[in-house]
Design a protein around this ligand. Sequence first.
Ligand SMILES: *Cc1c(COP(=O)(O)O)cnc(C)c1O
Length: 407
Amino acid sequence: MLLEVAIRRKVLTFKKGAAMPTPAASVSPTGDPWLLTPGPLTTSSKVKEAMLHDLGARDHGFIEINRRLRERLVAIAGGQDSHVCVPLQGSGTFAVEAMLGNFVPQDGKVLVVMNGAYGLRMAKICKYNRRIMRILETPEDRPSDPVALDRTLTEDREITHVAAVHCETTSGILNPIEAIAEVTARHRRSLLIDAMSAFGALPLDARRVPFDALVASSNKCLEGAPGLGFCIARQSALEASAGNSPALSLDLHDQWQAMESNGQWRFTPPTHVILALDQALKEFEAEGGVEGRGARYRENCRLLVQGMRALGFETLLPDALQAPIIVTFRMPADPRFDFETFYDALRGRGYVIYPGKLTVAPSFRIGCIGRLGSEEIRGALAAIEDTLAEMGVVDCSPYRPLGRTGS
Ligand SMILES: *Cc1c(COP(=O)(O)O)cnc(C)c1O
């Protein structure tokens, strides 16, 4: 808050000054651009301030923060009576890799339900881990298919685990995780979920949606600093996973055992990231938990999509398939639209967007998550309109694949 006031004041004094430079770029309270990306994301001033401490790994206060943090994360997933939280150093992928390595035994077989780059990454991890794997794929603009999953599990008795992505951040599509969980449970297989970009904003409750493990990270919808992942694991499944992990540093069972015995991390803990996440969770709870955070993101998403459509852009996904996390827009066909120029001009105006990662269509992405609200989304839309005028782009309608007209 102090930081915020100081910077506001600075901006005000600046505005009163005689020579105001060309249109002032919008900046966050710390002078950084707004991150409209899949992560890392804009964090609050208090989350950043929480990191202004050096704590020892064995510090009593720090051990207490860890205990509290693990409890709160389990509660967000509704797993109080069945699941435990095992945090892990590293980015989200480290946690995904740890989950697959831990829960799938050498003689297991994983079915990766895939419709984007993060599903593909899980398949790659299984290859590294030398686990037998099969892929059930839908196109990037189609949700995963529970009916096809049902068929595959009926036909292939060797499959022991199903790995799925809740919100596939590649496109921003919402996958039907409840239906996937229901089918997997009915076939008595084990479900592993990459909930990285959904956790904290989209509800997923272990009391209603059966899963053995879920992974997420500190820096997406929880709005902490990057550097920490965690697994919410069914305790019985975690116990049974002892000895499975092909990597020492990613051994979740070992990490859990160590934490249960003395409250400490096996290896150097990311102390600053943990302090930031502790503060981020306070803000998360103050906002009304999953419901409150999800509501802010949905409003961000609604404003963004409405504003971009008004400018002539088209979304990749119909609204019914869109998760309120990140939106994919089709690249305009107008030759005056050059993505690098567009990106740099927006960056200069204080907004960072993200290139597309799709194979189905040229595209770019704009995120709705992080410590931002309708004011910042409106600011981004104004900056986009301004930039389009500067580039001389009048028509934002997208490329059409050959042989197809209209939508
Ligand atoms: C962000 C993300 C990850 C992990 O990415 P990192 O860059 O390793 O943090 C994994 N899966 C999904 C769906 C994601 O959105």
